[in-house]
Design a protein around this ligand. Structure first.
Ligand SMILES: NC(=O)C1=CN([C@@H]2O[C@H](COP(=O)(O)OP(=O)(O)OC[C@H]3O[C@@H](n4cnc5c(N)ncnc54)[C@H](OP(=O)(O)O)[C@@H]3O)[C@@H](O)[C@H]2O)[C@@H](O)CC1
Ligand SMILES: [K+]
Length: 217
């Protein structure tokens, strides 16, 4: 794809809004984002194993539910940890509901999984909506992902590692260290500035189908 401009979280929201108004619905963008991230993970971890998806309450968590669905269909043994409780945004709720039809273990906020024994872990806790410091639940979830990585799991960050601010690259104490970050449509400053990029690992930009014309916002 073309090397697009780096955009802020707010610009990204406006680009997504323009795409939605042009007919590429938000839920389709979430589907495209989750599938693109899953494809990159599957390419790096081709043998199905145990996958942990740590999901937040926003649309970043929604992308994580898409990944969980794709992984389960591909034969992975998938657990989803709702680290901050049930999702709150409509599209994330829809994708959460679709998991009920699959052999996916869903853990509530109070059921923290073990950090060991995962081939891969997906950080779908916070994306562009994160700002400020981590609260206790976020600290626990980011800590778990970092311990899973220390125990050998390959960590994929969805859009950006949780605990980082997309616009300033500022890293909250305890932020996630990823092996791979798949970002969507356009890079944000966190992907290009050294302070943020150090947490991202490899950065891949995925096309989620947004038409070029929608970037003139
Ligand atoms: N828009 C689209 O169509 C598409 C968007 N896409 C995806 O959506 C992502 C953006 O989603 P989003 O805007 O829902 O925000 P998101 O990153 O999930 O975070 C919100 C959550 O974070 C929380 N939170 C924030 N700060 C916090 C703190 N300090 N400590 C603790 N919690 C904190 C906040 O909680 P609250 O403050 O409301 O209690 C809320 O629950 C984007 O990165 C991409 O992955 C793709 O699917 C493509 C289509
Ligand atoms: K994330």
């Amino acid at each position: 794809m073309k090397n697009k401009a780096v955009v802020t979280a707010d610009q990204m929201k406006r680009i997504e809004q323009a795409a939605n108004e042009a007919g590429l619905l938000y839920i389709q963008m979430m589907e495209n984002a989750g599938r693109a991230a899953w494809a990159e993970l599957a390419a790096r971890c081709p043998a199905p194993g145990r996958l942990l998806v740590v999901a937040g309450k926003g649309n970043n968590g929604g992308d994580g539910f898409v990944i969980a669905r794709m992984a389960a269909k591909a034969g992975w043994k998938v657990s989803v940890w709702l680290a901050e409780g049930e999702p709150k945004t409509p599209d994330a709720c829809t994708n959460r509901a679709w998991l009920a039809e699959l052999p996916v273990t869903v853990l509530s906020a109070g059921e923290q999984p073990d950090a060991r024994g995962w081939q891969a872990a997906v950080d779908a806790l916070y994306g562009t909506g994160f700002h400020g410091a981590l609260r206790p639940a976020g600290q626990a979830a980011c800590g778990l992902l970092n311990r899973a990585r220390a125990s050998g799991a390959f960590v994929l960050a969805v859009d950006l590692p949780s605990g980082l601010c997309a616009d300033t690259s500022e890293a909250a104490e305890g932020a996630v260290q990823a092996d791979l970050t798949v970002c969507f449509d356009s890079r944000k400053p966190v992907h290009t500035e050294p302070q943020g990029a150090a947490y991202c690992g490899e950065v891949l930009l995925a096309d989620i189908g947004i038409p070029e014309a929608c970037h003139q916002v």
